[in-house]
Design a protein around this ligand. Structure first.
Ligand SMILES: Nc1ncnc2c1ncn2[C@@H]1O[C@H](COP(=O)(O)OP(=O)(O)OP(=O)(O)O)[C@@H](O)[C@H]1O
Ligand SMILES: [Mg+2]
Length: 165
């Protein structure tokens, strides 16, 4: 029987908690992993990536790139670098990002792509999809529903529930 791909559903109630989630998620990641982040403007994708960068122990603060589409954060230790891509301004697929050589860097990096849905899937069948959405009816605008779904053999049977610490 094929191992299940059970998504984790989490509720995050502050930016700090979102960063924490990123730090926990980082522990599950290794070189070759592709993470797609989806969710509306201001959902918290970059905030989560900041935590990922901290968890991976990479150099440089993760920010929202204004002009840069991708930024490489080298590891401060012997872990993989974090490649942070913001594909918001890109309408096309990988061909439009050809200069980034994501296919070349992926095997040795953790690649995180904001707004990457429908654009970078052909990089690999093994993907982690993280969707972040504002909770309905939340007046504080701090509550987010987060869904983490692993795809492909890499994530089959992964214990993603462990993320809800
Ligand atoms: N629970 C939460 N998780 C994450 N961010 C939160 C939360 N509550 C409030 N915020 C605020 O929402 C904003 C999220 O911004 P962030 O840049 O991370 O979003 P984004 O999804 O990357 O947006 P964009 O699509 O513009 O790249 C920040 O100002 C953050 O402080
Ligand atoms: Mg962002």
């Amino acid at each position: 029987m094929e191992a299940a791909h059970t998504p984790a559903e989490l509720t995050v109630t502050s930016p700090e908690q979102m960063r924490d989630l990123g730090r926990r998620l980082a522990k599950l990641l290794r070189a070759g992993d592709l993470v797609l982040l989806s969710g509306e403007l201001g959902a918290g994708k970059t905030t989560l990536t900041r935590g990922l960068g901290e968890g991976l122990g990479v150099r440089g603060a993760v920010t929202s790139p204004t002009f840069v589409i991708a930024r490489v954060h080298p590891s401060l230790g012997d872990g993989p670098p974090l490649v942070h891509v913001d594909a918001y301004r890109l309408s096309g697929g990988l061909d439009e990002m050809e200069d980034l050589d994501l296919d070349v860097s992926l095997p040795e990096s953790v690649v995180v792509v904001e707004w990457g849905e429908g654009k970078v899937e052909e990089l690999t069948e093994d993907r982690l999809h993280v969707s972040i959405h504002r909770a309905v009816g939340d007046t504080t605008d701090e509550v987010r529903n987060v869904r983490v779904l692993g795809l492909g053999a890499r994530w089959a049977g992964a214990e993603l529930e462990a993320l809800s610490a």
